[in-house]
Design a protein around this ligand. Structure first.
Ligand SMILES: [Zn+2]
Length: 297
């Protein structure tokens, strides 16, 4: 797999965390809105200034009890991105979600120009609210995304996805050979790098694999940035065939109800000890995430 130099992007990413540290901002503002990323240059994208970005849609309420007014739609395709399960008509989203996915996918594609694209499944219904098969996905701020594959096979996007994401990448607690660890790490890093991610739910074994390998996969990334990416990856059973991206309430939307921030630190000790003990992985913090295992894609 050809891999483009990414020193500039790593530097920008580091600058984001440095700026966040200097500004003393670790979380949301008073109304719980997101802290937007000052990363303004991403290869292959003409990026508007994140700090001045205004979400024109209206996410309302909480992820599991909300709606969205005037949603926009994720494009069927953009650089590095493919909308799948199109016949489900669940491509409605906040502008913030669309922007996060499109810009992150483009940045990631510049580093990995070939192979399967980022395949996005369910986001939200046209009016938001309850979405069958899911506890959340109600206000345009949640999206399910297929993991990237070593065999690079993309699915037919023009179906209703009767079998969901279908392919599990964790068998007996271990990743399968078809889980493309470097590319999956890179896209998750680039998504978190947008600066408005609340949580990304992944299988506990997948988080543990990133904990073990992130430093060697991404030697140019600062420790602070690596910790921040790992922190946002929340171990959650039921996410062995897709990850669930949850972004924060956009700035300027006081009707959007924020979720508490995940604990500081990379969370790696928790996941490795849980796996070692084969204990119940549903910590109180996870239960409060309130995405109660219904997230079948
Ligand atoms: Zn989901």
């Amino acid at each position: 797999m050809e891999r483009n130099p990414r020193g500039r992007l790593a530097a920008l990413f580091s600058a984001f965390f440095l700026a966040a540290t200097l500004a003393g901002c670790g979380g949301g503002s008073v109304d719980g809105a997101s802290t937007t990323s000052p990363i303004t240059e991403i290869p292959g994208v003409t990026a508007p200034d994140d700090a001045s970005f205004v979400d024109s849609t209206s996410p309302i309420g909480f992820y599991t009890d909300g709606s969205i007014e005037e949603p926009t739609r994720l494009p069927d395709e953009s650089a590095g991105l493919l909308k799948i399960f199109r016949l489900r008509n669940r491509n409605y989203a906040s502008a913030s979600m669309v922007r996060t996915l499109v810009l992150a996918a483009a940045a990631w594609r510049a580093e990995f120009p070939t192979g399967d694209r980022l395949q996005v499944g369910d986001i939200t219904d046209s009016n938001g609210g309850y979405l069958s098969g899911h506890a959340s996905h109600q206000n345009g701020l949640d999206a399910d995304v297929a993991y990237l594959k070593s065999n690079h096979v993309e699915r037919d996007p023009n179906t209703n996805g009767p079998n969901g994401f279908a392919e599990s990448f964790v068998v007996n607690g271990k990743l399968t050979a078809n889980f493309d660890l470097p590319r999956n790490w890179a896209i998750l890093r680039d998504i978190v790098g947008r600066g408005n991610v609340g949580r990304i739910f992944v299988d506990p074994a997948i988080k543990a694999a990133f904990c073990r390998n992130a430093a060697s996969l991404d030697p140019d990334l600062s420790l602070a940035a690596r910790t921040e990416v790992l922190r946002r990856l929340r171990p959650y059973d039921g996410h062995d065939d897709h990850f669930h991206l949850r972004i924060k309430c956009p700035n300027g939307h006081p009707k959007c109800v924020a979720q508490t921030e995940p604990p500081t630190g990379n969370g790696c000790a928790d996941v490795t000890s849980s796996l070692a003990g084969a204990a119940d992985l549903r910590t109180p913090e996870q239960i409060s995430d309130d995405d109660l295992g219904l997230d079948e894609g």
